[in-house]
Design a protein around this ligand. Structure first.
Ligand code: GLN
Length: 578
């Protein structure tokens, strides 16, 4: 590569949650559209080695990569926007960085020197950033520094960025995503918090090249000039990023403010022929706002405990996957969140499910809310409502089937009661030893594994049939991402099959049940996957299984009569956010 590799650091100012992840994804997207190879990195300040040991209500969804890394949900945004597959090199945390520095020290890799927080920690981070760029053969590496400027937690990451800039000057630039409030009582956009945030960044030795001004409304010229003057940037480098209806519009909006050209200029990047894909993206971003016909999908989950606000984050990939398939089939998805515990307390609530066109039970862990989910699954199966079970949602569908079709009383999973009589879901043999020695971190069956599909099934048709957009049409294997410790108990597979359940996807050696479904003569769509298809759904290539599920939901929606669905204000608010 004649051209040296370029690095864009994205930092946050004023408050968290203003969309740094989407900024990184969108900056990547607009550079990609100029023919550049882009990769993205997330650096999280927390001490956990990965996101796998955190409750989703703490930190949102745990995203899983092909190589099995359990990481931050922003990695999902990067993959979805950039259409790439990232690896564990693209993700780091304070814990991960310290762990490798300490391991190196124990292995005498520092040659007897005193190992210090500075420079050894930043140097480790630089090595990781460079390795990720190299691995992806990227022209540009976009690095998101978690947290907000001015807090203790990410100071070493800023130090890293400063050191990189010092070394390579022209190859490193900084984007600060800052919040610019319009206080209700004042009614005017206030730039002072952003000015303070930039000063904080300056104190870390960094001058931003671009300021992305996040606000409720568009930023006017006067405020842009004010920020430019006080924050020491060119007025053209203040990019207005108002709240918009859809996140897919962010790259399109950035282009309106000429951010792409500006970055090319700052980093002295060569012009390449524009890729067609951005036109497709623009069309997608435009179309999604205009679908009139809706479908009603219920997601029955349990990660509601810290209040409504973390809700979307816990299942973000599931939401995105539903949206992509709905848009692909020209429908507007109307998602409703149902708390599984409510169905335990009040069995009459089940009747409300009749109004939904499809029901999803996503992944989960532990005992809480399980009986409620089983009731919901039973309702979906017996009332023929399209059902998609993801991981735990598949295991629970198997349990429901065993209990109510095979009459295996009290059938359950070893996760809830290892001493139960009918363990239709059991712990995987290699997982048993891990749990016995309390080896919990990063030790599940993680990442991409292949499955073979059985002909004549919904799964086979979805992945390999006529409607499939899948490129691997001739391959017999499909690869999906996993995150689980339990499996369909091989001892009960025959009983379940005899009872009428179809295992339409298995591991190539036939030992692990990867997809379970009911024949379409019995049910329009009742299917569960041991893996998480949602992690591989992309805006421009929606997931085949979600497509089939949505097709079945559309069919139900178009059949009469249509009972009315009552949607909570939260669900309506979420739809607006989408
Ligand atoms: N708790 C189940 C298991 O460990 C399912 C996991 C999941 O839904 N991701 O197998």
């Amino acid at each position: 590569m004649a051209q040296s590799r370029k690095y864009i650091f994205v930092v946050g100012g004023v408050i968290s949650g203003v969309g740094k992840g989407i900024t990184v994804s969108s900056v990547g997207k607009i550079l990609q559209s100029r023919g550049l190879a882009v990769t993205a990195i997330k650096i999280d300040p927390y001490v956990n080695v990965d996101a796998g040991t955190m409750n989703p209500t703490e930190h949102g969804e745990v995203f899983v990569l092909d190589d099995g890394d359990e990481c931050d949900q922003d990695m999902g945004n990067y993959e979805r926007f950039l259409g790439t597959t990232l690896t564990r090199t693209n993700y780091m945390t304070t814990g991960r960085v310290y762990r490798s520095v300490i391991e190196k020290e124990r292995n005498l890799e520092y040659g007897g020197r005193c190992v210090q927080v500075v420079p050894h920690i930043p140097e480790e981070i630089i090595a990781r950033i460079e390795a990720a760029g190299k691995k992806a053969r990227a022209d540009v590496v976009v690095v998101e520094i978690g947290g907000t400027v001015g807090e203790y937690e990410n100071i070493l990451f800023l130090e890293t960025a400063r050191m990189m800039k010092l070394r390579t000057k022209d190859d490193v630039m900084f984007v600060m995503v800052s919040y610019v409030p319009v206080p209700d009582k004042i009614g005017e956009m206030k730039t002072k918090p952003t000015q303070h945030a930039v000063r904080n960044l300056n104190a870390a030795g960094i001058q931003p090249d671009v300021i992305v001004a996040r606000s409720e409304v568009e930023m006017d010229k006067k405020r842009k000039d004010k920020i430019a003057l006080h924050c020491n940037v060119a007025a053209e480098a203040v990019i207005s990023a108002p709240d918009i209806q859809s996140i897919y519009d962010v790259p399109v909006n950035f282009e309106k403010d000429r951010l792409g050209d500006l970055i090319m200029k700052i980093l002295k990047l060569p012009k390449r022929t524009q890729k067609r894909e951005f036109a497709e993206w623009k069309k997608f971003a435009h179309d999604v706002k205009n679908f009139r016909n809706g479908i009603n999908i219920a997601v029955v989950g349990k990660y509601f405990d810290t209040g409504d606000f973390t809700l979307t984050d816990s299942y973000i990939s599931v939401i995105e996957a539903i949206k992509y398939s709905s848009y692909y089939l020209k429908r507007r998805p109307r998602l409703t969140w149902l708390n599984s515990k409510d169905f335990e307390k009040d069995p009459r609530k089940l009747a409300e499910l009749a109004g939904y066109d499809g029901i999803i039970v996503p992944g989960g862990f532990g005992e809480k809310g399980i009986e409620g989910k089983l009731k919901v699954i039973n309702y979906a199966r017996t009332r023929k409502i399209p059902y998609l079970g993801l991981c735990y949602g598949m295991q629970l569908a198997v349990i429901e089937f065993a209990r109510n079709v095979l009459k295996m009383k009290g059938a359950t999973t070893a996760e809830i009661d290892p001493a139960a009589k009918h363990l239709v879901i059991d712990i995987m043999p290699e997982q048993k030893a891990k749990l016995a020695r309390k080896d919990y971190g990063g030790s599940m069956r993680l990442g991409s594994f292949p499955a073979v599909l059985r002909k004549g099934t919904i799964a086979h048709r979805a992945y390999l049939g006529e409607n499939s957009k899948l490129k691997t049409k001739n391959s017999k294997l499909v690869y999906e991402r996993h995150r689980h410790r339990y499996e369909v108990n091989p001892k009960h597979v025959m009983d379940l099959v005899k009872g009428g359940l179809v295992f339409s996807g298995t591991s190539p050696d036939g030992v692990l049940m990867e997809i379970a479904e009911l024949p379409q003569s019995e049910h329009p769509f009742f299917l569960g996957t041991q893996f998480h298809p949602e992690f591989k759904a992309r805006p421009l290539s929606p997931h085949p299984l979600f497509n089939e599920f949505v097709r079945a939901a559309i069919k139900k929606n178009e059949s009469k009569p249509k009972p009315k669905v009552t949607r909570s204000p939260l669900s309506v608010a979420l739809e607006k956010r989408a």
